[in-house]
Write a protein that binds this ligand. Structure first.
Ligand SMILES: Cc1cc2nc3c(=O)[nH]c(=O)nc-3n(C[C@H](O)[C@H](O)[C@H](O)COP(=O)(O)OP(=O)(O)OC[C@H]3O[C@@H](n4cnc5c(N)ncnc54)[C@H](O)[C@@H]3O)c2cc1C
Ligand code: SF4
Ligand code: SF4
Length: 1020
């Protein structure tokens, strides 16, 4: 694989370290630090982007294990004159986390809470700690860190301080600068300096304070004249610490804190070792008032009056977002609870405090205020917690839908956080809307009305005229900001996107003062050069991730014939109406695969650890490489030729995709719907096409083919589990872990025992359906048909007991298979043949409206997912529409009043582990619904990500350790905590993992229902 020179994507004139310097840097970092040293092209590529539109290849990456590593790295980089760029979650939107530098990623190891002083309400933390993780540790003390950024699940405190981040509730709590009490940080000369209250400083810190004080005094007139007088100003350096200009002073007692100089400095002045934070009491009660407006202008105009009531948040949701949420069946009921008619916009007004009773009068005041403003009856009062949470969730989801626009035009963040005084908000938004229209675009508005910072992203295609339009819109937006005396950069920082606007905002004298601060702290210009001081043009084409054809490095896609159908992504979208062209018309030379990959906008949501599945391999490794974002970035670089020829089939890409368990967590949890499981299939097909399949691949893939024959000789097939040394041999020869037992073969398969089960013939079933009888086709997969036939037989008994006539499909010489095992090994042609045969067999029933009921989530859901992208035509679509999991079918029938069953109580608590694919398809709720049919049952869902087995993944020797770590992350401890519980798990691999890891039986929901049938039917 080629390693691109570090100069690859830099603006002209940038002085770069020569290759021998990079090599020396890597060598010394390896020799002198304990950190992970990543200088290969793939790793550098994964750190070349943040959540902005830019891309700059770093020189290399250090993932330090200790603070000492960071100190050493600064020294080594200084010796070799290589710039240094500190990084947290890499979720910045302006490009401040990209640079031709040695990137130091603090997020993996430097994430400890060093100290919490509950009395003083302070905490000292390492820079790589994620906000949500800090707040989880503070919760037992009734405290939190209240700068509640939307990216709280992935933003690190170091990055938040770097950007002077601001949360939804900044009107009550302020920005980072208002909530940082101190910092320890290294200057580029290696000195570790303690920044804190100026009164107590000595040595180097006092000298810095003196320098900044002199500058502030020298420029006091300019500061008074030019500094935006809004709270949301994050541009430049905080020269105003000595001469407050913020609506909310940085300290409550008027003192000066030098740590505030570092806040918002984007890693250009010092590298933070630790931060001391001001904590707040966790609000114990919240109430919400939703104000409905008939015009957007009225909503903007009202914000200035509403804030006087003392809310903790005033958040805007505009009509586009409301409509998006209403069009989603899952969210519609929640949104409707907030609406009065069809408003043009709503404001979510939150009041928080110690008790609900004291907050209710504030809600009433809101109602009165709206009456006074001529909008009586416009407020929906929401005092209860659950509906409030649902509504906040919907607001987030609305943004996600907006971000999932397909095509080359994307909502671009570059003026999305301009802040204007509230009295001008309405005129400002009117003016900007006109600007968008002028440039053939449109914006969806949302977020922080309370502080005059509304997020809005016009849709632009950076590959064509996006850069020119971006500049034109930015220029007109800046004129509006100036007119209304606002701040151009009000939340997301300066970076590459807004750096050039610093001088525009503050004027040449203050800009020179900023330069003087930089020179005083970092005379070598070692720390994140090109940010804040000497920034490039925002539309410098050499810096764009998707650079246009005329640029030095135009973004190009390779020619590729994909094995799956990606045409749904191969479209273009109208920037105003967002209507997309038909599938396949988007001009993507990879048939849409590249465009699907490019959906990743690097927002970093896949770095989360909370509820949901995404991304199990990141959760156990914390490596950027083993993260959905890292994979998408590597694929994008490969598909655009930036990792050299044939990179798609390279070992680098194999290593990057290897730990992806294909759980489809990202398909559901990623805001833009990046479906890495499907991408892994596409990758594997190309990789295996070049490198060939291993014996293990063949054994796994062809399991459905030989399963019937092997099950006739179970004693032979089970030797692996019985004969000493066989497992060891299996590991040596096949790569199957010797620590795993393999599924047990039995001769009594479903196919050999089902005759007694009363299945109807094909014609009898079709006739019965036509006659209005209750019917279903039971699709029995390889696993439930061969290894765990009791599941299929139990399902049949349960459905028959509820009065359903059943049929099952088979073919001459065996059973049908969905093709999953072939997909898992990249044998797409074979998978297509299997799936085609299955679809053809099921189609007549699907066409007759008969449900296809399956037991194994990964198999049944293949019919609703991969079978639709294998070129199987309309038949596959018809089948997919009737394909239901056993529990989905029962839940649906029960809702329709067609399903009733006499069941006995379970007699024990029930614990449920959802299969990842069930979660991805929203099929966990139906299992809970079905389990609640059991008298007295209160099933408890285990909050788990992937079980770690994931088909054959966990059986493989190379993956055994990671597989167990995934299981131990939450599933196995939860199972062990309840030794008496009945464990329900519908996935065959999940059951195996639970048996292996916790030595507990887990059962398919069909088996549990069958065991609890009040009048057991005759055994089959
Ligand atoms: C979808 C989305 C929503 C967002 N919502 C918000 C929001 O509500 N409010 C908000 O303010 N921002 C928001 N952001 C922007 C971003 O998430 C925040 O600024 C966040 O705090 C950045 O944290 P991070 O760990 O990703 O920082 P990074 O991007 O990794 O770094 C940010 C800056 O800090 C510097 N830095 C990092 N660590 C150090 C260190 N140890 N020493 C010195 N400098 C360091 C970096 O060099 C960089 O300049 C959003 C972004 C996205 C994509
Ligand atoms: S994969 Fe999805 S969640 Fe992860 S960074 Fe990309 S867009 Fe965000
Ligand atoms: S499929 Fe699962 S493991 Fe793979 S990237 Fe997505 S969330 Fe991560």
């Amino acid at each position: 694989m080629q390693i691109e020179p570090a100069s690859a994507l830099l603006p002209a004139g940038t002085v770069l370290p020569p290759n021998e310097t990079c090599e020396a840097l890597a060598r010394r970092l390896r020799a002198e630090t304990e950190g992970e040293v990543l200088f290969d092209a793939g790793s550098r590529g994964r750190y070349a982007t943040d959540a902005s539109i830019y891309q700059i290849m770093p020189v290399g990456v250090l993932v330090p294990r200790t603070a000492r590593d960071v100190a050493l790295a600064i020294d080594i980089a200084r010796d070799l004159k290589v710039p240094v760029l500190a990084r947290g979650g890499g979720t910045s939107q302006c490009g401040q986390t990209t640079g031709a530098a040695l990137v130091i990623d603090n997020s993996k190891h430097l994430r400890r809470v060093l100290d919490v002083d509950v009395q003083a309400r302070t905490a000292t933390v390492e820079p790589g700690l994620v906000l949500d993780h800090l707040n989880a540790q503070l919760k037992p003390h009734g405290l939190w860190y209240p700068v509640d950024v939307s990216t709280s699940a992935q933003a690190t405190l170091g990055g938040m301080a770097g950007n002077n981040s601001c949360g939804s509730r900044s009107i009550a709590y302020g920005n980072m600068v208002h909530n940082v009490l101190g910092a320890q940080a290294w200057l580029s000369d290696g000195e570790l300096v303690t920044f804190g209250p100026v009164a107590g400083l000595g040595g180097r810190a006092a000298a810095i304070a003196d320098h900044v004080r002199r500058l502030a005094a020298q420029h006091s007139a300019e500061i008074a004249a030019r500094w935006p007088k809004v709270m949301r100003r994050v541009a430049g350096y905080n020269l105003d610490i000595f001469y407050n200009q913020s609506e909310k002073p940085y300290t409550t007692d008027g003192s000066v804190n030098l740590a505030h100089l570092l806040v918002g400095s984007e890693g250009t002045l010092a590298i933070t070792r630790s931060l001391t934070l001001q904590l707040a009491e966790l609000p114990r009660a919240k109430v919400l008032g939703i104000v409905n407006f008939t015009s957007f202008h009225a909503a903007m105009d009202a914000a200035q009056h509403i804030v006087k009531l003392g809310p903790t948040a005033v958040e805007l949701v505009d009509r586009t977002m409301i409509e998006l949420a209403l069009s989603n069946p899952a969210f519609r009921p929640t949104v409707e609870t907030a609406l009065i008619g069809r408003p043009a916009a709503i404001l979510l007004v939150e009041f928080a405090g110690a008790e609900k009773a004291t907050l209710l009068p504030q809600l009433r005041q809101l109602v009165e205020l709206m009456g006074d403003l001529g909008l009586p009856g416009s407020v929906v009062q929401m005092p209860d917690d659950a509906p409030q949470k649902n509504l906040w969730d919907v607001r987030k989801a609305g943004l996600n839908i907006m971000m999932s626009l397909k095509g080359d035009g994307k909502p671009v963040s570059f003026i999305e956080d301009c802040a204007v005084p509230l009295e001008h908000l309405a005129e400002y938004t009117d003016g900007l809307t006109e600007v968008f229209a002028k440039y053939g675009s449109r914006g969806t508005w949302y977020a922080h009305a309370s502080v005059g910072t509304l997020h809005v992203r016009p849709i632009l295609d950076m590959r064509t005229d996006g850069g020119a339009k971006m500049r034109a819109i930015a220029e007109e937006a800046s004129a509006l900001v100036r007119k209304y005396k606002g701040a151009f950069s009000g939340e997301h920082g300066d970076g590459l996107c807004r750096g050039e606007w610093i001088e525009w905002q503050f004027g040449p004298a203050i800009n020179a003062a900023f330069r003087s601060i930089k020179q005083h702290l970092d005379p070598l210009n070692l720390l994140n050069p090109g940010k804040i001081i000497d920034p490039p043009k925002m539309d410098d084409a050499a810096l764009l991730r998707f650079a246009p054809p005329a640029s030095p490095r135009p973004y190009q896609r390779i020619e590729l014939k994909p094995v799956l159908d990606w045409s749904a992504w191969n479209v273009q979208a109208d920037p105003v109406t967002e209507v997309t062209t038909p599938p396949g018309t988007g001009g993507d030379s990879t048939g849409g695969f590249a465009k699907a990959v490019e959906m990743c906008n690097n927002n970093g949501h896949c770095r989360k650890f909370d509820a949901g599945t995404m991304c199990p391999s990141y959760r156990v490794t914390r490596d950027e490489q083993h993260l959905t974002r890292g994979r998408a970035n590597t694929l994008r670089l490969a598909l655009s030729g930036q990792l050299g020829p044939d990179a798609l089939a390279s070992e680098e890409l194999h290593a990057t995709m290897d730990l992806c368990v294909g759980c489809k967590g990202c398909k559901r949890d990623c805001p833009t719907g990046v479906d890495m499981a499907k991408m892994k299939i596409e990758f594997l097909a190309h990789y295996k096409n070049k490198h060939g399949h291993t014996l293990k691949d063949r054994l796994v893939a062809h399991l459905p083919d030989y399963a019937h024959a092997a099950s006739r000789l179970p004693w032979l097939a089970n030797l692996h589990n019985r004969v000493p040394g066989a497992a060891w041999l299996g590991e040596k020869l096949l790569g199957l872990s010797r620590h795993r037992s393999l599924p047990y073969w039995r001769s009594k398969t479903f196919w050999r025992t089902r005759n007694a089960s009363g299945f109807a013939s094909r014609d009898a079933l079709l006739a019965a359906a036509q006659a209005g009888q209750k019917t279903a086709v039971l699709f029995v997969d390889t696993f439930n048909g061969i290894f765990e036939s009791e599941n299929a037989l139990a399902a049949a008994r349960v459905l028959q007991a509820a009065g359903y006539l059943l049929h099952t499909v088979e073919k001459a010489g065996g059973h049908h298979c969905c093709g999953r095992t072939y997909l898992a090994t990249g044998m797409v042609d074979e998978a297509r043949a299997k799936a085609a045969a299955l679809v053809a067999a099921l189609a007549p029933f699907a066409q007759a409206g008969i449900a296809i009921v399956g037991l194994e989530p990964s198999c049944l859901l293949t019919l609703r997912d991969e079978a639709l992208v294998m070129g199987l035509g309309e038949q596959a679509v018809t089948v997919s529409q009737q394909a239901l999991l056993f529990e989905e079918f029962i839940a649906r029938e029960a809702r329709a009043g067609r399903f009733a069953l006499a069941l006995q109580p379970a007699g024990a608590p029930i614990l449920l582990h959802g299969h990842c694919h069930q979660k991805a398809f929203g099929a966990v709720t139906p299992i809970l619904d079905v389990l609640r049919l059991i008298p007295g049952a209160q099933p408890e869902l285990i909050e788990s990500s992937c079980c770690g087995m994931a088909g054959s993944f966990g059986y493989e020797a190379a993956h055994h350790a990671v597989s167990m770590q995934m299981a131990e992350a939450s599933l196995l401890p939860a199972v062990r905590r309840q030794p008496d519980a009945i464990v329900v798990a519908d996935g065959t691999s999940c059951r195996h993992q639970i048996a292996d890891g916790a030595e507990r039986e887990a059962v398919h929901v069909a088996v549990l229902l069958d065991r609890l049938l009040a009048t057991p039917s005759a055994p089959a």
